[in-house]
Write a protein that binds this ligand. Structure first.
Ligand code: IPE
Ligand code: IPE
Ligand code: MG
Length: 225
């Protein structure tokens, strides 16, 4: 029996380098990256075996970047979430932000809320978009929400997280082999795939190739097959 790619997570890395390689500024890479988000989400929404797609869009550490880049990313995010509403609806995709949203401006939070409400009844793919997301922050927030109820079980902690679903296949583009604080708990038994392809160059064809390899992996979960 081949593995089912029910939950795919992607660390979408390499936007800046992609733009710089063309002598353009990093913002151009982020714009192109947003196009690929649309393409990959739409592909996954039409794939009968993919239920969840988790995408790393902005980490709790990304605030360290130059102010201008952060501002550009916030504007791009707002623009994307507004302009893509019909794409979400047409593809029956439910939008689920994960991360600590309290830090965002009121106007951005409204756009996030609006899209979440608008897609609430979509019952196809769930797109978990990680915004001001860090796995350690997610776990600490979950634990604090469970206090003073102790001791807690694995199941209780899991259910207090922003994202409650085990990852089957985790992909990182951009050539680095690290998780950068993305979905650490949910990746406990994920199959990890790293590609040198920069995110703006990532294609559905490459995703298909990765899924094909993923299907043949022997997943043992600590047992013996
Ligand atoms: C990923 O691309 C997008 C975000 C982190 C927002 P980068 O911006 O990290 O691009 P590189 O890794 O510098 O090329
Ligand atoms: C991870 O990429 C975060 C996102 C893709 C949103 P980074 O570019 O921030 O990761 P590091 O700094 O190389 O680990
Ligand atoms: Mg990067």
């Amino acid at each position: 029996m081949s593995n089912r790619p029910s939950h795919i997570a992607i660390i979408m890395d390499g936007n800046g380098r992609w733009a710089e390689a063309q002598g353009r500024n990093r913002s151009h890479g982020h714009e192109q990256g947003a196009e690929i988000v649309r393409t990959i989400t739409s592909y996954c929404s039409n794939h009968p075996e993919i239920d969840q797609l988790s995408l790393y869009a902005f980490s709790t550490e990304n605030w360290k970047r130059p102010k201008l880049e952060v501002e550009f990313l916030m504007k791009l995010l707002e623009k994307y979430l507004k302009s893509e509403r019909s794409t979400y609806l047409n593809n029956n995709v439910r939008f689920e932000p994960i991360g600590d949203l309290s830090i965002f401006s009121k106007s951005l939070r409204k756009v996030i809320d609006d899209l979440q409400n608008a897609t609430h009844d979509c019952n196809g793919l769930v797109q978990n978009l990680a915004l001001n997301y860090g796995a350690r922050d997610e776990i600490v927030r979950a634990v604090n929400n469970l206090l003073p109820h102790t001791p807690i079980t694995v199941e209780q902690l899991n259910n207090a997280l922003d994202c409650k679903h085990n990852i089957d296949l985790l992909i990182r583009t951009g050539g680095d082999h690290r998780l950068s604080n993305f979905l650490l708990w949910q990746s406990a038994y994920a199959e990890l795939f790293f590609t040198d392809t920069l995110w703006p160059d990532f294609t559905t064809k490459e995703l298909e190739t990765i899924i094909k390899k993923f299907r043949t992996v022997e997943r043992r979960f600590g047992g013996l097959n």
